[in-house]
Design a binder for this molecule. Sequence first.
Ligand code: NAI
Length: 352
Amino acid sequence: MHEITLIPGDGIGPEVTDAARAVIEAAGVQVQWDVRPAGMKVGEETGNPLPESVFDSIARTRIALKGPTATPFGEAYRVERKTKRADGGAETRVYPSVAIALRKELELYANVRPVKSYPGVASRYSGVDIVLFRENSEDLYLGRERMVDDDTAEALKIITRGATQRMAKFSADYMQRLGRKRVTIGHKSNVLKLTDGLFLKTSLEVLAGYPGITADSRVIDALCMELVLKPESFDCLLLANLYGDIVSDLLAGVVGGLGLAPGANLGNDYAMFEAVHGTAPDIAGKDMANPLSMILSSVMLLRYIGEAAAADRVDAALSKVLVEKRDVTRDLGGEAGTKRMTAAIVEKLQKH
Ligand code: NAI
């Protein structure tokens, strides 16, 4: 029996996490779910979008499956965590979103986002099979901004040698486990000579210590162009936090959309699995969301907890549903709702 923290999230979050939960259970994996709501709705109801009970739960289970959580666009929004310091004093750390707060507080420094072409999914490309490694703990994405005066805003971009070394090493070790051989580092060190320069130089130094891995690099804008022209020619990508966020969605589009983009946030002590997509407010509550990104994130979770056979069964079941095309959601050209697509995957799992 595995105990897993489940954060349903906002918008389509509850719909797609319900789907993932049903599929994991249909795969025969015994799970005790500790459901811990967090997100904008929880914040509106309680004044705190990220209750301490979420951290208490993950401290025990060490693993979370998280639905997307909403963050308002361009408005002031704070997610706070109050803790006690060793000397008894209080400390409050502030983050721009629930997802970032969880990643930082749990030291989930590595974001792994595999992207691949699925048979049966109409897209402009075939044969795409990329693993994107996104540094998850620093860079502009932490949202450290301030108004200098009424007309000027500034944001802090921090890149450290230590976090970059840790991430490059994580990526190389992960690649070795997967048998992957080539990694391309994306950067803008022609302009951001110090920050991106440090990321590039440090990553290359670490990767040079892995004789079985070839590392090369591209300026981030040229990398985007090449990913659109010939995505099938890339193996792995190593990117700082903000570029990783943007390129993840670009690659999701390359293989058929945000409904097919899973992810894992990993650290030394904890793991949190979540889809690349957000809360999709335009389709929330309408039984229209594609549940596959969350189900594929669950496949990553199953492999992480040592349930590889169940992960393979889920992969096979969802691939059959994609190839048959009968029970797929609208974003994939079908007419099924979230529930029908999930039921079709569950049915395949029960038959085999
Ligand atoms: P989004 O990913 O929610 O939606 C972008 C577009 O993709 C929308 O048209 C949406 O309908 C579609 N889409 C997304 N997931 C889909 C799915 N599973 N099936 C079918 N269509 C899908 O991005 P957006 O609109 O920029 O953000 C909405 C909210 O989500 C914001 O509050 C944002 O902060 C939050 N967000 C949260 C994340 C997290 O918790 N990790 C990640 C990204 C965004």
